[in-house]
Design a protein around this ligand. Structure first.
Ligand code: C2E
Ligand code: MG
Ligand code: MG
Length: 739
């Protein structure tokens, strides 16, 4: 029982719809009230009717008693004493007689009953002998019992007489005067003779017809119930209407609010209510909704700007770093690829920013198409990152790791090939060089470390012309550390003049005459250690130190050559190596001119050697630069010729004077027929293009003989002399001049 009560209580306490509260309880309570009224009303009505009847009866009795008493006290005493008129209850049958007070009362009562709806009956359990036959009925008997005990409380009941509902009221008739007591005690007909003042002599029973009153009261009550029903119905309908007018807009506002909280942008028009407050709430909500929607749009724009690249719509660097950090800590093993567009600035500078922008979008599209399962982001202006967490698991077997590495390698190659396929942008066919860094992420690696490793690999790929995909290995870090140390030391070496130019002579094969000398740099440390340019030139190139170093070499070469000419040595060409990095500088032409001007050397005795690979950039720009240099009056040579991929048509357009056959072809030329064929080919090419050809790395007489036989123009190598410092070279020149 208790649990049922609790259940009901819980059920009741649960929030319910407004409609429930204002519609449902009302009819329930009203019906309950009507039921109660239906049960209680008849009783109330009867009680009222009864009370009314009792009041009427008491009034009536008092009136009758007053008249009787007056009759007894004033009329009878006068009449009996002076007139000789007999006072008897049989006055109707006796001449010259008047009734005793009791008869007087009864007759008054009878006359009353005859003409009104009231019937008055006077009775007593002690009637006069003459009326002994009149027995008290059941009501009268019980009333007598009650009235003798409590004479002040009239007794009343409902009864039915001749089909009419009546109220019977019994009121005690007491002795109020001694004269009456005496009379009753002395009267010959009296059945009792011990009456005393105040005794209840009999009952005055008044029967009030209640039929009409009851009928009216019931009709009134029925009308009230009907009125209650009607007003209840009206109230329920009105409440329903009210609820609808309030609940519908509220529900629509709630639905819109929910949509809003779920960041759904919905065009909600709250339904119109007839109520001012609800309408105001609706329009206040609409205002709020509009501003919230604006705020959400702004927020998503801010998010877009904060986390996405506006050009490519890819996640930006910040998003990529967050994702990398999440995946690294969650997945453990994953792969990071950094794809860089080499020399992107040149595309912007030469083709314009709009082409640059379109290129970036196209590159982004190609990458996302290829790496649809991976997380692709724009890492910075020219770099894209690809995070692949495929096949990742907390503990990978070495077999699956190597399988993963193979997949990444295949993907990288695919990416490289795809991105190096020319892009058709506007009217341009844009070729791009791409560098790709691969970093396999192991457990517990921090993002900073991952990115640092990726950058090391990327740097390696960028600076290499042949290996454009580089996977990070710890050795790369070591090499980088060494390079960093080397760069630091190199900077100091420049200040301490530890970079010393060495000179290697070049000879004309037909005459055997010294026609030139190549300047080859050496790093001689304070402890006498000699470091080869093969080690420090790449570090100088990547750090940009090659520019001041190269300028100094140029300046020294021009000054020394002019000095040797001034000393009376037969003039010869001085060949200076120019790195690709130097060649890219805008200032290269001016620097060369300044070196010539400062030394006073005739430009025809200066030659610049540029490697084939350094000339692999934009042809028109290269032609412009080479032409500007040629216009200074100097000579130009392509160094290490045969190792690059220059085509004949490409070479034809370059304003150059000399091809230097790479020493790798000369080294085995006697035994290797392929090398012979290559050298022959280069020589034919030189002839057809009217260029001089110089063979590098000639180490013995057989090589010289072969080259002479092949009509090679010039040669350089250990066979003649190793590179030597300026003072030694001066001695060497003197020795040659003496011959
Ligand atoms: P390179 O310009 O091709 O120079 C020829 C290299 O071959 C020199 O190496 C030279 O010593 C070496 N060599 C000459 N004859 C023979 C030979 O008969 N047998 C062998 N095995 N080697 C021979 P080195 O001096 O070590 O220079 C290496 C490279 O460093 C040069 O190649 C050049 O590319 C670069 N380099 C040297 N000095 C400079 C410089 O001042 N500026 C720039 N940018 N690069 C320089
Ligand atoms: Mg050289
Ligand atoms: Mg060379």
């Amino acid at each position: 029982m208790k649990s049922i009560f609790n259940l009901l209580k819980q059920q009741y306490q649960r929030p319910k719809a407004l409609q429930w509260y204002i519609t449902v309880p009302l009819p329930i309570f009203s019906i309950l009230a009507i039921v109660v009224v239906l049960i209680v009303a008849p009783r109330l009505i009867e009680n009222l009717v009864k009370a009314n009847a009792v009041e009427t009866a008491v009034d009536m009795t008092q009136t009758l008693q007053k008249i009787r008493n007056y009759y007894a006290d004033n009329v009878l005493s006068e009449v009996g004493d002076h007139t000789g008129v007999e006072i008897t209850h049989l006055h109707k049958y006796t001449d010259n007689a008047i009734p005793i007070p009791a008869t007087f009362l009864m007759e008054m009562a009878q006359s009353y009953s005859a003409e009104d709806k009231l019937r008055v009956n006077v009775t007593s359990p002690y009637p006069f002998y003459s009326r002994k036959d009149r027995n008290m009925d059941e009501f009268q008997q019980s009333a007598w019992q009650k009235l003798t005990k409590n004479p002040d409380q009239p007794v009343s009941i409902f009864d039915e007489v001749e089909g009419h509902r009546v109220v019977k009221v019994a009121i005690p008739d007491k002795f109020t005067s001694n004269a009456c007591v005496d009379c009753h005690n002395l009267h010959q007909d009296s059945s009792r003779r011990d009456w005393q003042l105040g005794d209840v002599r009999g009952i005055i029973e008044i029967t009030v017809d209640a039929e009409l009153s009851l009928e009216r009261a019931h009709r009134l009550s029925l009308m009230m119930i009907i009125a209650s029903f009607v007003s209840l119905l009206v109230l329920v309908l009105f409440n329903r209407h009210l609820a609808k007018k309030v609940v519908t807009p509220l529900s629509s506002i709630t639905a819109a609010m929910t949509a809003l909280s779920e960041r759904k942008i919905v065009s909600t028009e709250t339904s119109h209510s007839g109520y001012k407050e609800v309408n105001e709430l609706g329009s206040a909500f609409l205002n709020f909704q509009r501003s919230e929607q604006k705020r959400q749009i702004l927020e998503s724009e801010v998010r877009q700007l904060a986390f996405f690249d506006p050009l490519t719509n890819l996640p930006n660097r910040s998003s990529a770093l967050t994702r990398l950090s999440e995946l690294a800590s969650r997945e453990g093993n994953l792969t990071l690829l950094i794809v860089k567009i080499d020399k992107f600035n040149e595309i912007n500078d030469t083709l314009g920013y709009h082409v640059g922008d379109k290129l970036l979008i196209e590159v982004a599209n190609r990458i996302t198409t290829l790496c649809s399962d991976d997380y692709v982001a724009r890492f910075n202006t020219t770099e894209f990152s690809i995070i692949s967490s495929k096949n990742s698991s907390a503990k990978q077997s070495s077999a699956s790791q190597s399988e993963n590495a193979l997949q990444t390698e295949a993907l990288s190659k695919h990416l490289l090939a795809c991105l190096q396929t020319p892009f058709a942008i506007d009217d341009h066919q844009v070729h791009v060089s791409i560098s790709i860094a691969v970093k396999h992420v192991k457990d517990n690696q921090q993002v900073n470390e991952i990115i640092a490793h990726g950058n090391i690999a990327l740097h390696q790929a960028e600076t290499s012309h042949t290996h454009k995909i580089v996977t990070y290995t710890p050795e790369l870090s070591d090499a980088l550390d060494q390079r960093v140390t080397m760069i630091k030391e190199l900077k100091q070496a420049i200040g301490k003049n530890e970079l010393v130019p060495y000179f290697q002579p070049q000879f004309e094969l037909s005459s055997g005459e010294l026609v030139g000398a190549e300047v080859l740099l050496r790093w001689i440390k304070a402890d006498g250690t000699l470091i080869s340019p093969f080690f420090f030139i790449p570090a100088a190139e990547t750090s940009g130190l090659i520019v001041p170093i190269g300028n100094k070499v140029l300046e020294q070469a021009c000054r020394l050559n002019k000095q040797w000419q001034d000393q009376g040595f037969k003039p010869f060409r001085i060949a200076v190596n120019v790195s690709g990095v130097q060649f890219e500088q805008e200032t290269i032409v001016r620097e060369v001119d300044e070196a010539l001007q400062a030394s006073g050397l005739d430009p025809k005795w200066l030659e610049l050697e540029v490697t084939e690979t350094a000339l692999m950039a934009d042809i028109s720009e290269i032609i412009t630069k080479l032409s500007q240099l040629r216009d200074l009056g100097i000579e130009l040579a392509i160094d290490d010729f045969g190792t690059g991929y220059s085509s004949l048509s490409y070479l034809k357009r370059l304003p150059i004077n000399r091809l230097k056959i790479d020493q790798s072809f000369v080294r085995n030329v006697i035994e290797n027929e392929d090398d012979q064929a290559i050298i022959e080919m280069i020589l034919n090419l030189g002839k057809s293009m009217k260029l001089k050809v110089l063979a590098e790395g000639v180490e013995d007489v057989a090589e010289e003989a072969f080259l002479t036989q092949m009509n090679c123009d010039e040669a350089q190598g250990y066979y003649y002399a190793k590179p030597m410092p300026a003072d030694e070279f001066e001695v060497y020149l003197e020795k040659i001049n003496r011959h």
